[in-house]
Design a protein. Structure first.
Lengths: 310, 461, 282
């Protein structure tokens, strides 16, 4: 190809064109940008339009302005969903950050059996989520839960009415958070490993030479270095948790009633927009999530990269 | 195939097929309840002399009695397809995923020719054909449509059949005779259920009437309400949930929960109460006979102690909904409507095979397709113990089964109320002491009235 | 001596931290293995411990059901096909774009990169209905190719962003040297830049593939025929026969893709990490 380009004047002209950074950049970038614009931008625009209408499945809607947004804003079901999404995301990510930080630091060292332990830790990430959720559903089963079998075996709970992990509000919230954390943790470990690998060894050594030890070193050197890593891990964790629907959909369907204490914005949007067919309100609910996530993401990206430069 | 337009050739082929068909039916008839399948196709085919062609796709649930799917996929659909020169394709999905799939098909204006769900979905009235023609055809062959099916698939306001029902499933109470016998009681009335509740729970065998956001809970609790004289709507489709009977029923059920049930009833999916029974823990559930068929198939030790009775009697008598009903509809966008119509009509006209394949689960929506007299005979041949236990199903079907929305029709507003699980929600509020019975009724009344107002505005009720 | 003691203590600490976490994270898989090879009546029987097999186990019955009574092999195949195609499309689009954003487009590139990444945040619940219409227009309803069309909508944004970061870590001097030697920009790209980008590419491959395998919402609503299903949706929708899930078969179905994928991820983890280090932290 290059040989041909060199031989023919016309080919050379093309090549010369590619030598201009601006031209080459547009040629290289545009396929991806066009693809994203068409495949995400188009549907997104349609969805935004829908959110301003009272469209239901099969019926073309009329323009209703901000009515859908106003209605959902005042709807207790939506408010709960927002609160739960926030709660689940924050708590599960707190668990994930601490866990991933600890695991990653331990994995930076060499020890026998590391490969196997790392394999076990990566398993939740490798398993297709819908399938591992079925295993969780089985472990939380109302009749055959392995946890309850164990508790009953050691006479720790009543045989007839053991804890119901997906059927009572508090336990269901706990279960969903636990599963979210379980699912994100391996990936966060990977991000931490990547982050730790990017910290130059000299920084650590320099701190040691300065005589910084123990708690002081932790506060002034170790922790600040973790911050950008934690930020990136958190970014992915937040995006994965807040936009996920599978965990709640398969485990609790947003239940248990009456408080629907595991309903998330995504499941509520799905129930409203897809299962009940109220396309307008459904789109509006999903749209609430977008600016929040965008702001969080941009802030975190800026933070992570700034720290790096400084 | 190239010569399929030549009538003489076609007839020759038809004869061969007839032979094949008979052989196939003979082979398939072994096994189900020991009785033979009847002839697969009765009488002359509809649209005589006209050959349908093309493809026909349908989507239905994964049946709770798996032998039905085997029959539908391997026997009925291919044979019907051969007879009619139509390539039939049957897809099955998990029943809880059907509503989402239906929405997607409507939104995209494409999908299967025939769609199935377990409850009427009147909200799609504008997206489906008028099924009157199918109803008329079946009525010509086997007699009048059953009252339950009529009220579940017909909109009196717009005078349109928005769906075609082939079957409904009687909803009995399934209970462990050995356990109940141990405390010297039986679930004949709701009063005796309440009295038995603490004793059963003390014996380690709680009751299992769900209060979760799922189909079985919906059905059980609405039947319970009707036994107390409380109805979601009246015959003129006005919301009537707010009354003293509802309050009484709520308090009654909360009492049953507190004395004789465990928290698991709030977390069930449609298989939750089945599992509860199969684990050997449960002493009573409200469910269709898949709850006794599975223990029979699995050889569970208490399979013979599972008794089937009509729903317990309440202050207002015994009254229940069907447990589920087979509701089919043909989308307006379907490319092969003639074949779709004929498929559904033929399915109903020859319901005996379907009934047997479902192991008595599916009762025909047109009583004439398989009269109760015949059902009783077939059911009497079932060998499972206690002998003749399935006989009661005909009584339940005849006397105590109504359509969702009774005494009115199953309209779009009722359908939305149903799919949002507002009734289990109301019960759970009271059982978990989050609200007083009065407040819970008021809240439900408020939500339900909003839904009705919306559909009234759209001119559908 | 002191150093030796410290090393032992540090190693001990590592085991103490990683060990319990590994047990907790892998516990569901232990349950899967036991349930997968257990006789059905046994896992429904509370008198048999759920931690080990009973008298009639281990059994191949569940695995045999999965392979003979369901279309599981087809689902695996579909997942592999979709995975490979989506990864290929993703690379073709994201690799040049990531490079250009990092090197050629300056400040605009940075903002554009973040902009592309933001599209990753659009929730599937919002795009679901419009996508269905697109698929119908393309006559891809009920086919795995609909997923090949839709999945890059979330793999491309992410991968472009990651590769953009990655290319920034490649020293500009390498390229400059090549260009001084007279190579064109394109040639520099194919001969110099891409070969040393293997870790970044690998990261994108693994990450995109794992997103494809995990996706659930689109896969289960877009596709209904059994022979077109992906592994996660097929198992979820077709293995609940009658009124009960086939727990044993479901566990077999979950283990079969999980274990090789985890092995694969573990083997390539160091390279993945190298790619990610560049991508996310520079």
């Amino acid at each position: 190809m290059e040989a041909l380009a060199g031989a023919r004047p016309r080919g050379r002209r093309w090549t010369n064109l590619f030598e201009r950074p601006g031209v080459l950049a547009s040629v290289l970038i545009s396929p991806a940008v066009i693809f994203v614009l068409v495949l995400v931008g188009g549907p997104l625009a349609l969805a935004i339009w829908l959110s301003f209408t009272n469209a239901t499945t099969g019926l073309h809607g009329k323009w209703v302005g901000l009515a859908n947004f106003r209605h959902e804003w005042g709807n207790p079901a939506f408010q709960h969903a927002v609160w739960h999404t926030f709660l689940f995301t924050v708590i599960s990510q707190a668990i994930v950050l601490v866990g991933a930080g600890l695991i990653a630091h331990a994995l930076m060292k060499n020890f026998r059996g590391k490969w196997l332990l790392r394999f076990l830790i990566l398993l939740p990430w490798a398993a297709p989520i819908a399938l591992s959720l079925m295993a969780w559903k089985w472990m939380f089963d109302t009749s055959y839960s392995i946890f309850n079998w164990t508790l009953i075996h050691f006479h720790l709970v009543d045989k007839v009415s053991p804890p119901q992990y997906l059927a009572t509000s508090k336990l269901a919230i706990g279960s969903v958070i636990a599963v979210h954390a379980w699912r994100i943790l391996p990936f966060a470990v990977v991000i931490f490993l990547a982050g730790l690998a990017s910290i130059p060894k000299e920084v650590d050594d320099a701190a040691a030479i300065d005589g910084a030890t123990g708690l002081r070193k932790f506060w002034s050197v170790t922790l600040p270095l973790q911050l950008p890593i934690a930020t990136v891990a958190l970014l992915f964790g937040i995006v994965f948790t807040a936009t996920d629907m599978a965990v709640v959909y398969i485990l609790t369907q947003g239940g248990p009633p009456p408080s629907f204490s595991t309903e998330m914005v995504t499941t509520w949007a799905y129930k409203t927009g897809v299962e009940s067919g109220s396309l307008g309100p459904g789109a509006a609910i999903s749209l609430f999530l977008l600016p929040v996530l965008a702001v969080v993401t941009i802030a975190m990206l800026l933070f992570a990269r700034k720290r790096e430069v400084a | 195939m190239a010569s399929s337009d030549d009538p003489s050739r076609r007839e020759g082929r038809y004869d061969r097929r007839e032979l094949l068909r008979k052989a196939g039916v003979g082979a398939a008839s072994v096994g189900v309840a020991g009785t033979g399948f009847g002839q697969a196709f009765y009488g002359p085919l509809r649209f005589k002399g006209r050959w349908l062609k093309g493809d026909l796709s349908l989507i239905t649930w994964a049946h709770f009695v798996p032998s039905f799917d085997v029959w539908l996929d391997k026997t009925w659909a291919p044979q019907w397809g051969q007879q009619n020169d139509v390539q039939v394709k049957v897809d099955h999905i998990l029943n809880t995923l059907l509503p989402a799939r239906a929405q997607a098909e409507v939104a995209a204006n494409s999908g299967h020719d025939i769609f199935f769900d377990l409850a009427p979905r009147p909200q799609y009235e504008d997206n489906v054909i008028d099924h009157n023609e199918i109803v008329q055809e079946v009525q010509r062959k086997v007699g009048k449509i059953g009252k339950i099916a009529h009220r579940a698939t017909y909109n009196p306001k717009t005078k349109k059949y928005f769906a075609f029902s082939d079957n409904y499933v009687p909803d009995p109470v399934v209970w462990r005779h050995d356990i109940w016998n141990g405390i010297g009681m039986s679930p004949n009335t709701w009063d005796s259920v309440r009295q038995a509740a603490p004793k059963l729970k003390a014996a380690g065998h709680p009751l299992g009437i769900g209060q979760s956001a799922e189909l079985d809970s919906n059905m059980a609790l609405m039947s319970f309400l009707m036994c107390f004289g409380s109805f979601v709507q009246d015959a003129k489709h006005r919301v009537t949930i707010k009354n003293k009977h509802t309050v009484e029923a709520l308090k009654f059920m909360a009492d049953i929960y507190q004395k004789g049930e465990t928290d698991e009833i709030f977390g069930w999916d449609p298989a939750g109460n089945n599992n509860f029974l199969y684990s050997g823990k449960g002493s009573l559930i409200l469910n269709a006979i898949s709850a006794t068929r599975t223990p029979e198939d699995r050889g569970l030790p208490f399979a013979n102690d599972l008794w089937i009775w009509p729903v317990p009697r309440g202050p207002h008598g015994r009254l229940g909904y069907e447990h589920v009903m087979g509701v089919w509809w043909v989308w307006k966008f379907s490319q092969n409507q003639p074949a779709a119509k004929k498929f559904l009509a033929d399915l109903e006209i020859n319901y005996r095979d379907a009934f047997l394949a479902s192991k008595f689960y599916n009762f025909p929506s047109f009583p004439g397709a398989l009269p109760f007299k015949e059902i009783r005979k077939l059911v009497a041949q079932d060998k499972h113990k206690p002998q003749g236990k399935y006989g009661i199903l005909t009584t339940i079907a005849e006397k105590y089964t109504t359509n969702p929305g009774y005494p009115g029709y199953s309209n779009a507003a009722f359908g939305e109320m149903f799919s949002k699980f507002l009734i289990p929600q109301m019960f759970a509020q009271v059982s978990q002491k989050k609200m007083s019975a009065e407040d819970a009724v008021n809240a439900a009344d408020h939500d339900i009235k909003q839904i009705y107002a919306k559909w009234r505005k759209l001119g559908k009720i | 001596m002191e150093a030796f003691g410290r090393a032992v203590r540090e190693k001990g600490l590592s085991y103490l931290i990683v060990g319990p976490f590994a047990i907790v994270l892998a516990f569901p898989f232990y349950v899967m293995v036991i349930t997968a090879f257990k006789n059905q009546t046994e896992f429904y029987d509370p008198s048999v411990t759920p931690y080990w097999f009973g008298k009639h186990s281990p059994t191949w019955a569940n695995a045999s059901y999965l392979f003979h009574q369901t279309e599981y092999p087809t689902w695996l195949e579909n997942t592999a096909i979709v995975g490979v195609c989506v990864v290929a499309i993703t690379l073709v689009l994201a690799l040049p774009a990531g490079y250009a954003l990092a090197r050629l487009a300056g400040r605009v590139g940075q903002s554009l990169g973040v902009g592309i990444f933001l599209t990753y945040l659009v929730p599937p619940t919002l795009l679901f209905i419009p996508f269905f219409a697109v698929i119908k227009q393309a006559h891809l309803t009920d086919s795995i190719w609909s997923l090949v069309l839709v999945y890059p909508s979330f793999t491309v944004p992410f991968s472009t962003w990651l590769l953009m970061g990655f290319f920034k870590t490649i020293p500009q001097e390498l390229e400059d040297a090549a260009r001084v030697d007279g190579a064109s920009r394109l040639k520099t790209l194919t001969r110099v830049v891409f070969p040393i980008s293997i870790p970044g590419i690998l990261t994108v491959v693994i990450f995109s593939f794992s997103l494809v395998v995990n996706e659930f919402v689109y896969a289960f609503t877009f596709i209904s025929p059994s022979n077109q299903k992906m592994v996660s949706t097929g198992v979820y929708t077709d293995l609940i026969r009658g009124d009960l899930p086939e727990w044993g078969a479901i566990m077999v179905a979950a283990l079969i893709p999980s274990i090789p994928l985890a092995l694969l991820y573990n083997t390539f983890l160091d390279r993945f990490i190298a790619g990610f280090t560049g991508g996310a932290f520079r």
